[in-house]
Design a binder for this molecule. Structure first.
Ligand code: AMP
Ligand code: FE
Ligand code: FE
Ligand code: ZN
Length: 280
């Protein structure tokens, strides 16, 4: 079984629709994928409809924007009850805050570069979670930068004067909400320094205490030499080892299935969760 439990679609900052993602997953030889858009579950139904035709099993999930002492991080939630009030509240608040934040960033960028809010919204599917990658797409279209990666290194990173924060969950709250909703939480790409500062080791202990299920170790954004240390940490804290592509369609170089998670870990994940994996 080849399982890639972390991917994105046009419901957030990916470039493939959920339908395209499912057939791309089949073409990549995957048996199961996780559909985990940022702060939204609106891709689940379309993905689910494509399970029989694609022959690919679907884990429904979401990547939650979270914080630890001012450091932003991403918490993956899997197979939780989407009706849970705390989750619904998070989705509503963060998605709205992301719109105001993107608007403010575009206003600042517009003082120096030929880019307007309309240019950005053309790159966002209606109802999708708004993020910096959409601003990056408009900057590419305007000829300001070559690609999304360049937009991030030059203009959109947290050290840039154009950067604006958005609301995010406390990481331990996010873990609790997911667990209370019958799901499991996995700390995404914990050693990805180019994104932001990395959380200190003690954070993993607090997260484990709060009920974290696993950490994403095999991921291209984790600096390579961090992996043995993360693996040791996972063993000590009894956290499962995850690996994934974090596929964003053509929005990122990440290829489906470039990292995967073992069947044993996924078996343990799906046991007694509120939602079931959808099988072809
Ligand atoms: P935001 O959600 O607005 O904070 O933007 C973060 C998202 O931008 C992440 O989920 C990544 O998908 C994307 N991202 C971060 N760094 C890069 C990069 N260097 N190149 C392309 N996309 C990136
Ligand atoms: Fe993303
Ligand atoms: Fe992420
Ligand atoms: Zn992701």
């Amino acid at each position: 079984m080849r399982i890639d439990p972390h991917t994105h679609t046009t419901r957030s900052d990916g470039r493939s629709t959920p339908t395209q993602l499912m057939s791309e997953a089949a073409a990549a030889g995957l048996d199961m994928i996780g559909l985990t858009d940022h702060d939204t579950i609106t891709g689940w139904d379309e993905g689910a409809q494509c399970v029989p035709a694609s022959g690919v099993a679907l884990i429904r999930g979401m990547e939650i924007s979270a914080m630890y002492h001012g450091i932003t991080l991403h918490m993956l939630g899997y197979l939780f009850d989407p009706q849970a009030p705390a989750i619904q509240k998070h989705i509503a608040e963060v998605r709205e805050s992301r719109v105001g934040r993107a608007y403010e960033m575009v206003e600042r960028l517009g003082r120096d570069f030929p880019i307007t809010w309309e240019d950005v919204t053309r790159h966002i599917e209606p109802g999708a979670t708004v993020g910096r990658p959409h601003i990056a797409d408009a900057l590419v279209e305007a000829g300001v930068v070559e690609n999304r990666a360049e937009a991030f290194t030059q203009l959109l990173n947290p050290r840039s004067p154009y950067y604006v924060w958005h609301k995010a969950a406390e990481a331990t709250d996010a873990i609790e909400w997911i667990n209370d909703a019958g799901g499991r939480a996995v700390f995404a790409h914990p050693a990805a320094p180019h994104r932001n500062r990395v959380v200190p080791r003690v954070a993993f202990e607090e997260f484990a205490e709060a009920g974290l299920f696993g950490i994403e170790i095999d991921h291209r954004d984790n600096v390579k030499d961090s992996r043995p240390e993360l693996a040791a940490l996972a063993r000590r804290l009894h956290l499962a080892r995850f690996g994934s592509s974090d596929y964003h369609g053509l929005g990122k170089p990440n290829r489906l299935g470039e990292h995967t998670t073992s069947e044993a870990v996924i078996e343990a994940l799906i046991q007694s969760c509120h939602l079931e994996v959808l099988y072809p």
